[in-house]
Design a binder for this molecule. Sequence first.
Ligand code: NAD
Length: 284
Amino acid sequence: MTANIIDGKLMAQELREQLAQKVAHLPTAPHLAVILVGNDEASIIYDRNKKKAAEAIGMKCTIHHLDENTTQEELLRLIQQLNADSSVNGIIVQMPLPRHLNSELMIESINHAKDVDGFGIYNIGLLHSNDSSAMVAATPQAVLYMLQQSLGDITGKHAVIIGRSNIVGRPLASLLLNHHCTVTIAHSKTVNLSKIAASADILVSACGVAKMVKGEWVKPGATVIDVGINRIDGKLCGDVDFDEAKEVAAYITPVPGGVGPMTVTMLLNNTLRAYIEQNSSLKK
Ligand code: NAD
């Protein structure tokens, strides 16, 4: 068997076209504010891509690029200013922050209605309580969207998620549970990981270990979603040994061109949703 490739780039392009059409009918452009502190190269590239993607669908994106030595008070003041600015619909603080800044405090300082990353405790609580008003982190949403587009209904499927981080593994576990999957979370201390992985109908890897998931870890006919972004000799690869896994799985995402482009799209989707919530007269 050779798996069907889940084309994240194409899915993202289609979804962005739909978002662009919705944005075109709004009275003003939804506005995403991105706070970037310091000169982390990957962060600068990520944020440039977010701005490009936002502008391509008619949204506004302002990057507040602050000096590496910005103080906690200065950063808090900017967040409060953006919270109070009714022309700003979504706020994200790009991680990682320089070590002298308290990341949790910054995330919690964002108004939860503008928390389009969905990292704040309030939105996490709503997600864990299966409250549909939760603003859900972009990567888990991207994974869910790709699963639903490929499989349709995922009720009753056994999903194994490798990774328990606050931005991917944990929120994804809640999201899939809310969509009636039976969920197993595996992590670096899990015993018999390969056997647990091989019991999955849906196997999601988000651990950041290049090509760790081998073909024999995949149940024949399973769907494999590879969230990992790693490099071997400078070349991008995921957590899954793609060449092996694609011979066993029914559906699989590539890296690059899988979850990555869908993640940015889901952030834009969250920003549009925040805009509509904040302009309640536009709600259908
Ligand atoms: P993280 O380092 O915060 O968490 C990694 C998790 O993997 C931990 O819970 C850890 O227990 C688990 N883990 C580590 N080594 C393991 C092993 N050998 N076996 C089993 N579990 C193991 O990372 P994160 O922020 O959740 O990101 C995970 C990966 O996903 C990274 O490669 C990251 O670059 C990528 N990522 C991609 C996107 C995207 O849009 N495609 C978004 C976010 C993160």
